[in-house]
Design a protein around this ligand. Structure first.
Ligand code: ADP
Length: 302
């Protein structure tokens, strides 16, 4: 059962089509990622769903409510973390979240929310005293106060250092375990790969691919590369091992194949039969970055 349905959505700014006739559905409980470079139309898409911008064309429904006709009702069931959340400087973490909670008729308990976002030791601190990762967790917490059915996160880890990014990922995985539906945008492919059940790859306002991370990589047809050293040269019959290319076969073996798992298995068997050890094995599988490059001819981040 889809909880979000988007059909033929278009948003024009003067002559520019920021979002160009996109359609997709998000299932209840799934984490759906919109991945694309800056300017692809990710934020515009999210802000239309959140009721912050009006589409030029097309329709969208959240939990069967129309983004055009039921805006007020939708606000009650969604949680929105904005890209730049300026928190009031004279309030503590707890006071800020209490303020947000007071806006809703059925908020969740603020103390348990603070615990969920791993900010209990910072309950009495001012937002300005928090680290980047802690501020971001506070901003995500503000999107959770009404116990929303759908949570929208716009670039939740942009600008964070690796450690702070991991702490936000940890929080997102806690939200996922609770079964809430998440829609997030990112231009970090490793983030999309790690967190999302399905990903829509967006470029210039259009969705150019939509699938699970594995599905995107598999259907791209990009080969994996297997490399290793051998204690003595072996005769490798590439036809028997896999459908692939044997790029090098002396003390170092390099194979390019779309069937990495099958090939590895057969290579190990082949080495055993020949009484040869496989050393320094390295398998490089294609990433979403490679998929993006293949689809658009350009890198996700220049
Ligand atoms: P992303 O989130 O993928 O970076 P955006 O949705 O922010 O992309 O922007 C998509 C395109 O729309 C960009 O070319 C951007 O410059 C343009 N755009 C966004 N907001 C406005 C606006 N309010 N007025 C005019 N153009 C805009």
């Amino acid at each position: 059962m889809p909880i979000i349905k988007v059909k033929n959505l278009t948003k024009k700014y003067n002559g520019l089509k920021a979002v160009d006739n996109i359609s997709f559905e998000v299932k209840q409980g799934e984490t759906f990622g919109i991945l694309g470079p800056n300017g692809a139309g990710k934020t515009t898409t999210l802000e239309i769903l959140e009721g912050l911008r009006k589409p030029t064309k097309g329709v969208a429904f959240i939990d069967k409510l129309s983004i055009k006709k039921d805006r007020e009702h939708i606000k009650e069931i969604i949680g929105v973390q904005l890209q730049a959340t300026a928190f009031l400087e004279f309030l503590t973490v707890k006071e800020i979240l209490q303020l947000f909670a007071d806006l809703y008729s059925n908020p969740i308990d603020v103390d348990s929310l603070i615990k969920d976002v791993m900010l209990t030791p910072k309950k009495k601190s001012y937002a300005t005293q928090l680290s980047g990762g802690q501020q971001q967790r506070l901003s995500i917490a503000s999107a959770l106060v009404n116990n929303p059915k759908v949570i929208f996160l716009d670039e939740p880890t942009t600008g964070l250092d690796p450690q702070a990014r991991r702490s936000v990922w940890q929080l997102i995985s806690r939200i996922q375990k609770k079964g809430q539906t998440l829609v997030l945008t990112t231009h970090y492919m490793e983030e999309a790969e790690k967190l999302c059940d399905r990903i829509a790859i967006m470029d210039r306002g259009k969705i150019i691919a939509l699938d699970t991370p594995r599905g995107l990589i598999k259907s791209s047809g990009i080969a994996s590369r297997i490399e290793f050293r051998v204690t003595k040269k072996i005769d490798i019959d590439i036809e028997k091992i896999c459908r692939g290319k044997l790029l090098k076969n002396d003390h170092r073996v390099v194979i390019e194949t779309k069937e990495a798992e099958k090939s590895l298995h057969r290579l190990v068997e082949c080495a055993e039969e020949n009484n040869v050890d496989i050393l320094d094995l390295k398998v490089s599988q294609p990433t979403l970055e490679d998929v993006f490059l293949e689809l658009t001819g350009k890198k996700l981040r220049e």
